[in-house]
Design a protein around this ligand. Structure first.
Ligand SMILES: [Zn+2]
Length: 183
């Protein structure tokens, strides 16, 4: 580029850009007097947008419909927000939509059975409190383990269908799944 062509030598030239047809016809903003691509750095960008809307409606549309850089930044921001909020979103979803209660029995010894119950944590139920409650209710051993399961001595599945929604109204009887007897 010949030096005579450089009208605004104080602007940093960052080199040819992808997707831009050269030579570029530089459009200047009547509000901030800068080339319109620099408007977004002007403190009074809103005023620039007003000016663009009135005088360069086509360029203004690019800014607002996604062809402009400003909109691209928006999309990036959204992506970042989604990534950042990822874990929190999952947690919130888990609370809002519990996967339901699952329970099954297993044999322990010749005649003994145990009932395993999972999913209570999704309903904001403290597993230790719950296992104490079951121990009292059934007068038997009941304990919570690290996998979020509660193990109750005996086959109490039928009782649980009634007891769970009665004790914790947030549990719908339909969301309790009897997986039967596991070998
Ligand atoms: Zn401007």
């Amino acid at each position: 580029m010949a030096s005579a062509d450089v009208e605004k030598p104080f602007l940093e030239y960052s080199g040819p850009k992808d997707g831009v047809t050269y030579p570029i016809q530089v459009l200047y903003c009547g509000e901030c007097t800068m080339p319109i691509e620099y408007c977004e750095y002007y403190p009074n960008y809103e005023k620039c947008k007003e000016w663009l809307e009135r005088h360069l409606p086509q360029e203004f549309q690019k800014l607002t419909t996604g062809d402009g850089d400003g909109e691209k930044d928006d999309a990036d921001d959204k992506k970042k927000r989604q990534t950042r909020g990822g874990k929190g979103m999952l947690k919130a979803k888990k609370k809002a939509e519990p996967k339901g209660i699952k329970m099954w029995t297993q044999s322990r010894g010749k005649k003994k059975k145990i009932t395993t119950l999972v999913g209570l944590a999704d309903y904001d139920i403290d597993l230790k409190v719950a296992s104490k409650f079951f121990a009292n209710k059934f007068s038997c051993g009941a304990s919570a383990n690290d996998s979020g399961e509660i193990v109750i001595q005996g086959d109490v599945k039928d009782d649980l269908f009634d007891i769970l929604p009665e004790k914790w109204p947030q549990i719908d009887e339909d969301s309790i799944n009897d997986l039967g007897d596991k070998k």
